[in-house]
Design a protein around this ligand. Sequence first.
Ligand code: GUN
Ligand code: ZN
Length: 345
Amino acid sequence: MEKDMTSKKKHIQSGKDEVPTMKGIRGQVLTFKADPFFHDEKDCYDFYPDGLVAVRDGKILDVGHFEETIRKHPGLTVTDTYEDCVIMPGFVDCHLHYVQSPMIGSYGDTLLNWLNTYTFPTEAKFKDKSFADMTAKMFFRQILSQGTTTANVFATTFAESVDAFFEESERYGTRMISGKVLQDRNLPDQLRDRSAEESVMASESLMTKWHGRGRQMYAVVPRFAPTSTDAQLRLAGELYRSHLDEGVYMHTHLDEAENEIEWVASLFPEAMSYTDVYRRFGLLGPRSVMAHCCLMEEAEWQMLHDHGCGVAHCPSSNLFLGDGQFKFWEAKDPARPCRTGIGTD
Ligand code: GUN
Ligand code: ZN
């Protein structure tokens, strides 16, 4: 194959005046197609050393060996080559907080101290729409430069933080999931929702505005059980369930640190476990995504499995804060596997 190391991208053929609707991307192509926990590793991916991704009107039509695939699509006239690169599907980040971009790398204290010292003061700045806009711009540039094209993302209390995020995502045409963070107790006044009812109504109006608009999708987002009153969790559960059929998500944190779990037990003495708190308020279901799940009891895994929930494992965050570590073998126990993805947090 001809090599041109000075430019990674090169048009090798182009139609004269017509606007092409078909496009090909040539290079080493790697795609994944099965879960290596349950299938032989060699059945989990396809690798084409000289591959082609055929695209029609922005949608992938075919993927395969270059020679074979180009012959199948005579209308394919324009090809970009990335011969010294690996072409892969965009990465999906199952859990992160764009509003924490300004404090990345701050000292890795224990979770609850870290929230109070660094996280809450940073998130309070997102009431200012221009600060939120500026951070959203920086965030998208950063994740796209790293290959992430879809993500499940925490904003914060303020509608401004949600609008800034989705506006920037819409500009790029990326598929993103986000929503207003519901948090009405145990956090600083500047960040605290004043009323459970109003906070969930605000979340619903943002859902109406953004869910299904282009590629944007909405999530009902109680931060974690300790920062919501019973009333807020109940209303959040009602909102999530009443929009389940429209593909709305639920996104929260679960079982990340020992003292967090003890705190939840003291705030919700009637619940059997931390996971059971979410169950009692109707927050478990398909497209419920639980971040962390480091310190889970067997009954909690079973509950997540029974409700079809997803789990977001965030390895670098867990190593950094050091409160708990995720046990992949527990999450993927073949007797009651839980759908598990990776997040950066
Ligand atoms: N639990 C509740 N809020 C947070 C957060 O912002 N980050 C992490 N890692 N855990 C949380
Ligand atoms: Zn998080």
